[in-house]
Design a protein around this ligand. Structure first.
Ligand SMILES: [Zn+2]
Length: 359
């Protein structure tokens, strides 16, 4: 922004500390009209450019720039879920959120108008997923990308895939939730980023299953089998496995999630991955009898990835446990730190809690 100040103005400001009394004020008094104008413009542009917000500590910080990508997902509420996530993130004052949508959308037609994103170009709803050759968001403008593409989404153009790989390798953040780990089964680097995935013909060829057994041992299971399954939707408990990670720090060691699908038997490379929390997949609910990964962190190059298996429908996403984990995960993927508090209405071991959604 310095280029906005003329050379003489800069000199005056630099030398203003030679004055006694109130040096900055005296220096400003000495500026001519254009110099004053430039100074005001500089201050204004700084505010606009950096969009400062006051965090809880009173410190001025820039907002975290978030990009949600979406457009094709078998979970037909996906436009509403993008809307909810954008709204909840922006309500914290910490995030500014843009959405990049593929020109062709699949499923969710009935939610597109009601939950339209302001400024979004017109999209075309199709009966089958179709690749959008022009889908090419500029990831480099953002601190973190959230993937809300789901099962059966058409692949992104190769150039866009490479751009995301480059962006994450250089230190960008990525968040995947629920059916985002069903998407893009043939994209090798994506499978590495998410660690574990399901469906889309994923099998033992894609990597082991990873889970905790009842003895608390972390198991990597190479035995053959398909990847991805779930029983009927239910509430279920989340058990924290690393209470010191910035995302989980301060959460109760066990908390009840709102109604959702509990994914089991996900498979993938599972490299550079840490399981922060698990959920017990109950055989009485068509589960595996194992403690399945629920919250995970990964690294890919210098990039940070947060992976959460929950988020099937609006009532799952509005769970206080889910939203808190999600928003903390987004902040961590973007910055490596978490400054958000655990809310007072966070669920307990026996009782889930949910936020009301108002448009
Ligand atoms: Zn689902």
């Amino acid at each position: 922004m310095v280029y906005l100040i003329s050379k003489t103005t800069k000199l005056r400001i630099d030398s203003c500390y030679n004055f006694t009394g109130n040096p900055l004020y005296l220096a400003i008094l000495k500026l001519d009209f254009m110099q004053k104008f430039n100074l005001i413009l500089l201050i204004f542009m700084s505010i606009v450019t950096y969009g400062p917000v006051f965090s809880q500590s009173g410190k001025t910080t820039a907002k975290i720039k978030v990009l949600i990508v979406d457009g094709q997902n078998n979970h037909e509420q996906w436009p509403k879920i993008t809307y909810i996530l954008k709204q909840e993130m922006e309500a914290t004052g910490l995030f500014s959120v843009d959405v990049a949508r593929s020109a062709y959308t699949w499923e969710g037609d009935e939610f597109l108008d009601e939950f339209a994103i302001e400024g979004m170009p017109k999209t075309q709803a199709l009966d089958e997923p179709k690749a959008d050759p022009d889908f090419s968001p500029d990831f480099s403008k953002y601190d973190v990308v959230i993937n809300n593409f789901g099962w059966n989404a058409a692949p992104w153009p190769e150039k866009t895939q490479k751009n995301l790989e480059k962006y994450i390798k250089k230190g960008g953040g990525l968040v995947v939730f629920h059916a985002a780990d069903n998407s893009f089964p043939k994209w090798e680097a994506y499978n590495k980023m998410i660690g574990l995935g399901g469906w889309g013909d994923r099998t033992e060829k894609d990597g082991p299953r990873v889970y905790y057994n009842d003895a608390g041992e972390l198991i990597r299971d190479d035995s053959p089998g398909n990847a991805g399954a779930h029983g009927p939707q239910s509430e279920y408990q989340i058990q924290i496995r690393n209470a010191e990670h910035p995302i989980t720090k301060g959460m109760p060691s066990i908390w009840m999630h709102t109604e959702d699908e509990l994914y089991n038997s996900l498979r993938g490379p599972a490299e550079n991955m840490e399981i922060l929390a698990t959920a017990y997949s109950d055989p009485d609910n068509k589960g595996t009898g194992q403690h399945e990964p629920a919250l995970m962190t990964l690294t890919y190059g210098k990039g940070r990835i947060f992976h959460i298996i929950m988020g099937h429908a609006d009532y799952s996403v509005l769970g206080v446990g889910f939203l808190t984990s999600m928003l903390r995960g987004v902040e961590w993927a973007a910055t490596g730190e978490v400054t958000q508090d655990i809310p007072d209405d966070f669920p307990t071991a026996d009782k889930s809690s949910k936020w009301e959604f108002k448009k």
